[in-house]
Design a protein around this ligand. Sequence first.
Ligand code: SF4
Ligand code: SF4
Length: 407
Amino acid sequence: MQTNLAPEFKNTADGRVAEAILRKCVHCGFCTATCPTYQLLGDELDGPRGRIYLIKQVLEGEAPTRKTQAHLDRCLTCRNCESTCPSGVDYGHLVDIGRKIVEAKVPRPASERFVRWALKEGLPSPAFGPAMKMGQLVRGLLPASLKAKVPAKQNAGAWPTRPHARKVLMLAGCVQPAMMPNINSATARVLDAAGIETLVAAKAGCCGAVKFHLNDQDGGKAEMRTNIDAWWPHVEAGVEAIVMNASGCGVTVKEYGHILQDDPAYAAKARRISELTKDLSELLPELAEKLRGKVAAKAGQIAFHPPCTLQHGQQLRGGVEKHMAALGFKVNTCRVEPHLCCGSAGTYSVLNPELAYELRDRKLKNLAEMQPEQIVSANIGCITHLQSGTGTPVRHWVELLDEALVG
Ligand code: SF4
Ligand code: SF4
């Protein structure tokens, strides 16, 4: 698509990146068919092709409005459109640029500004853990809408203490240790059983996605630099990988190299960090090999919901089902719309609850066709969002594997 950048964007880093992305789009509309918000709303401007067009108009100098902002806000950033696009349009990076520009030009009402501020400052803050503990104490008294955001208190079990020559770093995450601490300790136990030690750098915190996607891109970048500084001594000491058990964090850390490419002090380190980053499921081929004979898988159908950040953001598909099956688990994805977002999408379920819950219920209906004993996923956001709509237990797949370890 030919774009004539307005003078304010010509010769800027964002302008150059956006122009190159726009040039690839041939406006065919294949992406529209698989876009969740287009499927729900049926409005061209709530599909990828329409949003791309809106961003192009803004880059060409047209003044964005609240309506432009709403169409961009309603995008889940699920990147399903990238998986469908035959021309390789990098929609995710384009929408980041579009949102940043629109945010700077279109003021939001005070109430919206406050909610977004509370989310971006509150979720990654050290105060989140104590607040979650408090919420769990009074969980039974909370209204249903709030209770859905506060998982019941979870026992994390013991963290393995055996040293191993093979070491990986793991990002504990900002909300995960408070909401579902067993995911991290189960990861460490499974890796320990395979002869790999899990290290957590105390000073690493939020991956930066929360702030970055709420248009505080500078705040997100600051968190990314903090993580790089916290991890760097371990990288120099030779850790094999930086493991992510939340695919939403993984997709972001794999982008550090791109996001910090113009930062002379961090570009090279960020690139190295991204190269070393692996979703936990990328270790599964080796784990399945090493853990054979050490796992007693329970019978029973398990339904796997692959998060968008795994199947579209990281383009990782089929690994969990295949390798868990090799270990004796009966894990399948749903037959209908396995590619579609569950509506969680980071803070989306708070900012766009109607669409988020509609997508959640649609996903749960499709998963229920399998009559699963349990649902598993690979991202804490999807797990808590899906759990809020079903009595069937929803967990991380690594918790199942951990529970089945023998001895
Ligand atoms: S499928 Fe790709 S090329 Fe076609 S309209 Fe969508 S983004 Fe553009
Ligand atoms: S990222 Fe998802 S919601 Fe946004 S335009 Fe693409 S397919 Fe639609």
